[in-house]
Design a protein around this ligand. Structure first.
Ligand code: GFB
Length: 316
């Protein structure tokens, strides 16, 4: 085993987010200790805050799940935020980890690191073989920098830092705000609200033709803990479900789960983004890891979470 979690203190950076909170749930069944810190106490974009926290908390390992994230429109609208905040968070955490001798770090990237036009399913080797998808190149560049930081600390200082590239994720604690969210939480909200109001149609962005791969955050967290315990190599590792679906079929699936039989209309002023993004997760499968949550089941679980947590806010 590359890294035994017994009695280790793991700092989950970004523990309030969808992925970080799923990692906390998954680590609850491991014999390790957890360190977390709230945004109000430590601003991860400030080097001095991060250094002081790592100096005092003394983690044995870090799961770097903190990031500025958002859907296609947010990425396209706020390039500075996505590029700069992510670079700051990454460089600050890597630098503090090295300065305080944290020898294990797992960095989380995204499938958007890969070139726009690349053979599918996309293998790890496709990194940096062509131009990026323009709607999210700012975020992608920051995430590519994170992969390279892990590799650079490994190469120059022998640090055991690794990277995982999850596909499009969804699940509890996702962002359900229609302007900044990813497609799946947006569809859940739109379809739910259409059903509630008795509307006859929902509107999805773009043509509905793009293909995307989805993985539940709890499956992702399981893969991350698997990698944290067992993987110690230079290359990043793809984390996906291995199946893709068109956005139109995804919308139909959400309608089925929610129980809405209206019409699906299109807002063609909104971008489609890349036409297909299916990763090969053969490397991870080859190590013995498999996802457990099917898409329909995962959407049903997420819809239940949405009903219990997101429909009680009177401001919405
Ligand atoms: O999930 P999404 O925002 O991000 O959009 P990406 C996926 C597809 O769903 C696009 C369509 O073709 C959207 O046009 N779509 C349809 C919608 N209706 C909606 C809607 O109501 N809301 C949203 N958001 N999309 C992101 C990147 O790309 O994926 C990030 O921008 C990151 O950087 C993330 O990599 C995983 O899959 O296009």
């Amino acid at each position: 085993m590359a890294f035994d979690l017994r009695d280790k203190r793991i700092w989950v950076a970004g523990h309030r987010g969808m992925v970080g909170s799923a990692v906390l749930r998954r680590l609850a069944s491991e014999p390790c200790k957890i360190a977390t810190v709230d945004r109000g106490e430590v601003d991860l974009t400030r080097q001095s805050d991060v250094e002081a926290f790592v100096r005092d908390a003394r983690p044995d390992a870090i799961v770097l799940a903190a990031a500025k994230v958002g859907g296609i429109l947010a990425n396209d609208s706020y390039p500075v935020d996505f590029l700069v905040q992510n670079l700051q968070i990454e460089t600050n955490i890597f630098a503090a980890a090295h300065a305080y001798d944290v020898d294990r770090l797992l960095f989380l990237g995204s499938s958007c690191i890969y070139p726009k036009l690349v053979p599918q399913p996309i293998t790890e080797e496709a990194l940096l073989t062509g131009p990026l998808e323009p709607t999210n190149e700012w975020y992608a560049i920051a995430k590519i920098a994170g992969i390279k930081l892990a590799q650079a600390y490994r190469k120059q200082f022998g640090r055991d830092y690794i990277s995982a590239m999850p596909t499009n994720l969804y699940g509890p604690r996702d962002n359900f705000d229609l302007n900044s969210s990813h497609v799946l939480p947006a569809l859940i909200r739109k379809v739910h609200e259409a059903k509630q109001s008795g509307a006859s149609a929902i509107t999805i962005w773009g043509t509905g033709a793009p293909l995307r791969e989805f993985l539940h955050a709890d499956d992702c967290a399981d893969a991350l803990v698997f990698l944290l315990k067992s993987y110690s190599e230079t290359s990043h590792v793809n984390v996906g479900s291995g199946e893709d679906i068109s956005i139109l079929d995804l919308a139909r699936l959400v309608c089925r789960v929610v129980g809405f039989d209206g019409v699906i209309e299109h807002d063609l002023t909104k971008p489609d983004g890349t036409s297909r993004k299916l990763m090969s997760s053969d490397r991870l499968r080859g190590m013995g890891w498999m996802p457990k949550i099917g898409l329909q089941d995962g959407i049903a679980r997420t819809y239940r979470w949405f009903l219990e947590n997101e429909t009680k806010d009177p401001a919405r």
